[in-house]
Ligand binder design. Structure first.
Ligand SMILES: [Mn+2]
Length: 426
């Protein structure tokens, strides 16, 4: 299904007056404080986040999976779902595919569907954490790091195939996340596993088109629980450097041990021109894949502060590939993604409010209190009218969640697709 702009306009009608009041009040007070409101709104309009194909169905845990009704059961339907999110929010103009879950049968048709919904094909993701049907070799004991050369070759070839598929869709980057590691002390030789991984990544890198980048994701544990080959940003950074200038680190918010200072990691990677991608989610304990901003919104704001600083001051760093990487059992996946998109825009808008010149002056004066005041003034500002304004100007919904419910989209999807559909993926 496709959401028509007229329906979105209808859903906005009742709240336009109240939006205008809120916006005028905020806009006036920000302008009086020297903030250029239009610049912020334009930046919000330009900020597009990719939706991963696997977040459109209900997620599972190792204890089970509770399917959500009307899930997309084909790549076409997944792209249509992203189209719904983008029509409502105007900030989800890209999809990130996972191979082999999303191999197109008809590339031309898929590309046309994407462009009819204003959806681009962002980073493609390889999968060497599961054995595929009829695969010759098994990834039980790792893929790019495996002690067996035949397994490593199969995993390298898979990544090259993924590049080829992404290239046909107009994608420009490959994301590599490895489950490789060990569950028990002594199981792996750390040095050999690292060396194999570096060599395998270099082989994949050789197959990367010139205008592509390779994003290397890290994660400290899970599914392996004693060691992970690419455990942290330092390891990812070393591997990206070993590969070359088209290889970058990718930060996933959930892939850190509790209380890690993620904003500092982001900051230094951007200084070194090596932050290539960013995955949004939130967590209470580990890689919980919860809705962005649902647990630690202040941490997200501090991270955005560094991202904004880096985007303004680090021309050596490329444009980032932004993606939501979350997945759930208990919410309508589309409503969940709408909440995440809203939280991302909110944190971004608040970070844009920070007066960088004032902050710099306060830092130079070692005025610690003032530094905190500057950050928290921005954080405490209710920026939602700015988000609404950005969406309105692009033809989106004042409140994407309310519009989604007002237009009864889930029931329409169930009518169209049936109740017991299952999204391909995990
Ligand atoms: Mn991720």
């Amino acid at each position: 299904m496709k959401v028509e702009e007229q329906n979105i306009q209808d859903s906005n009608k009742n709240n336009l007056e109240s939006h205008k009041n809120h916006f005028d009040f905020l806009s006036n007070s920000l302008t009086n404080n020297g903030v250029d409101v239009n610049t912020i709104i334009n930046k919000l309009k330009d900020f597009q986040v990719a939706i991963p194909s696997w977040a459109l169905g209900a997620g599972g845990t190792r204890f089970g999976r509770f399917s959500f009704y009307g899930e997309p059961s084909s790549l076409e339907q997944k792209i249509e779902d992203v189209g719904i999110l983008h029509a409502l929010t105007k900030t989800a103009g890209a999809v990130s595919l996972h191979i082999p879950w999303d191999v197109p049968e008809d590339y031309k048709a898929i590309k046309e569907l994407g462009s009819s919904l204003d959806i681009k094909f962002d980073a493609v993701n390889s999968n060497t954490f599961q054995d595929q049907k009829n695969a010759k070799e098994s990834y039980r004991y790792g893929s790019l790091s495996n002690t067996s050369e035949a397994v490593r070759q199969q995993a390298i070839q898979h990544n090259l195939d993924v590049i080829n598929i992404g290239d046909k869709l107009g994608s420009k980057s490959l994301t590599v996340w490895l489950a490789d590691g060990s569950c028990f002390p002594g199981q792996n030789n750390f040095q050999n596993a690292f060396q194999h991984t570096e060599n395998s990544l270099k082989d994949i890198y050789k197959g990367l088109p010139n205008d592509w980048s390779m994003l290397i994701e890290y994660k400290p544990y899970e599914p392996n629980f004693y060691s992970t080959v690419i455990q942290d940003w330092g390891t990812s950074y070393m591997l990206a450097n070993a590969c070359g200038n088209k290889a970058y680190s990718l930060v996933d918010l959930g892939h850190h041990l509790p209380n890690s200072n993620i904003e500092q990691i982001v900051s230094i990677l951007m200084l070194k021109g090596k932050l290539g991608g960013f995955h949004f989610n939130d967590s209470k304990y580990g890689d919980d894949d919860l809705t962005v901003g649902s647990i630690k919104p202040y941490a997200l704001f501090l991270i955005f502060n560094e991202l904004v600083y880096g985007m303004q001051n680090n021309p050596q760093n490329p444009d980032l590939a932004w993606m939501i990487d979350a997945s759930h059992n208990v919410k309508d996946p589309l409503e969940d993604l709408l909440q995440s998109l809203e939280a991302i825009q909110e944190a971004y808008a608040k970070a844009l409010l920070i007066d960088q010149n004032q902050l710099k002056a306060a830092q130079l004066n070692n005025d610690v209190v003032e530094c905190q005041e500057i950050l928290q003034y921005a954080y405490r500002t209710d920026v939602r009218p700015l988000l609404e304004k950005a969406r309105l100007e692009l033809g989106g919904a004042l409140s994407p969640i309310n519009a989604y419910r007002y237009l009864d989209i889930r029931n329409q999807l169930i009518k169209e697709r049936g109740k017991h559909t299952v999204a391909t993926g995990l």
